[in-house]
Design a protein around this ligand. Sequence first.
Ligand SMILES: [Zn+2]
Length: 335
Amino acid sequence: MNKVAAIYFDGKTSRLHHVEFSVQGDVAYVNDLITGPDQQIIRSCPLSELRVSERTRHAARKVTFSDGAYLEITDHATFNVILENTGYQDSTVVQLQQSWTGTLAALAAVIITLTVGYVYGLPAASRVVAFSVPVSVERKLGDGLLAFLDKHIFQPSKLPAARQAELSARFQSLRPPRSGSPKYQLVFRKSAIGPNAFALPSGDIIITDEIIALMKDDDAVMGVLAHELGHLHERHLTRRIIQSSAVGAAATLLFGDVSAVIANIPTLMLDMKYSRDAETEADDYAMQMLDANGIAREHLAAAFEKLEALAPGVSPYISSHPSGSERVMRIRGNN
Ligand SMILES: [Zn+2]
């Protein structure tokens, strides 16, 4: 038989009873200690009616009866033996919190996660963060960016308003290939940096007069825009910004004060490169969008060929949207 000293409160008065708690089979007994050898059973009940408080390092364990009466037990070792004998199981969390090895392992796991995460997992983490950034905050990021770019790189588009409207209407008429299509607006600009197109976190898809002139093919322009919409859909730029400005800035971003992040962006922006993976994702999106709207992928393949054929420096498009020669083959379905 297992027994342990305890203090019993009946739950109605503040009177304390020194008792002995014991278990026989499936029944718990509370015996009065004061009455000497002929211990009087104060109460007994099935084990299943008792609630045992979670284990903590120092506090007394509390065993509560269904009527609110309870026991306090400070002899943890003996009580644990009793619990073990009854087959009682702590919840896993409590078991882990309880053991020092568990605590150390958890701490080590956190440190390893942070370290490995910083080096290898940042892209993945930035994806998670990017998708939890409120749209209003993303909007602010984009506003800051567009204002910066307008000041330093762009001039108003020389494209006639009717032509802009025609291209906008055409693109808006295309059905996005997937649900959850991002909100966007086309922004036409004349550029000091040549043929280019890119999407800002705000949903601004900027397309330069120069790239439209280079394409000489509206279907190709649609392909390029679809590629940018793919970047938006995957929130690539937001992810990239978060990744570059890393943990502290990401926190800032999440908690709302974006000024510090925005201050970082211009330098970042000028050196912006999407990863190959991001390019592939955006290409996939573009191909699906073209397919869904009956536009031949060839227009997109040809568009990239034209951009790749430009001398480096003439267009930063390819340096910010890096890809290999396999890209065009992939779009043409040759590999
Ligand atoms: Zn791209």
